[in-house]
Ligand binder design. Sequence first.
Ligand SMILES: [Zn+2]
Length: 276
Amino acid sequence: MSRPIDVLHLGRDRVICAYEIDGVIVDPGPSSSVETLIDRLGPVEPRVLLLTHIHLDHAGATGVLCRRYPKLKVYVHELGAPHLVDPSKLLKSAGRLYGDDMWELWGEVAPVPEERITALKGGETVEGFRVAYTPGHASHHVSYLHEDDGAAFVGDVAGVRIPPYPYVIAPTPPPDIDVEAWMDSLHTIACWNAKSLGLTHFGQVTSVADHLHRMRTALVQSAERARMKDEETFIARMEENMLDATDAATVECFEQAAPPDQLYMGLERYWRKKAE
Ligand SMILES: [Zn+2]
């Protein structure tokens, strides 16, 4: 059985969810919330990290956890692996988005010893999980299906949805949004017929087909809006929609998990690259 763990990012609930299944952790979250993760794991000692991708809100604590648990093994897509070993490029790229808030948001980003890492391509089975390559949100994104119990762990591919509301947004930060690849990845996940989808933002969804439909619609709508409207209009519409569909406290969770200005930036860049 998989256990969702709210790591209370910056003290807020319903922003970042890690998962634990028999000592396997899917996406531990950042170092800034790693003490909460360890605390909530209780007596469980993590033995494996399955990373969906290397964005700091998902995988920032990987190096710190490797230091703390000398036997910990790490699985990550082959395009992400070099940036765990040497996080300098990752930090530079995140620094452009987060500026002076880097430390407060993410904490330490320690390098991961190369010998701990198994690089994935997608298509393999590791530790009882089927792996699929699921780019679109990030070029190095993979998803995992627990073969025994049918629970899928999909990182950011299936969007951001904050309980108790069914409203979904597509997280589209720079630099490598690819809408077509993302739609294909959603199809890959749909074909799993999983009994649940574990979202990092936030929690496990059991209405899988309905959720994937909402996610496709959200992605297409957001991409079209970024193509037709300027940044200010894009952000205003998104905030209106979120507030209509949820409540003020939940909007804060959405904005912490997926800042609307970044969502515009990622899509604007996608359209610009496509036009070139
Ligand atoms: Zn991400």
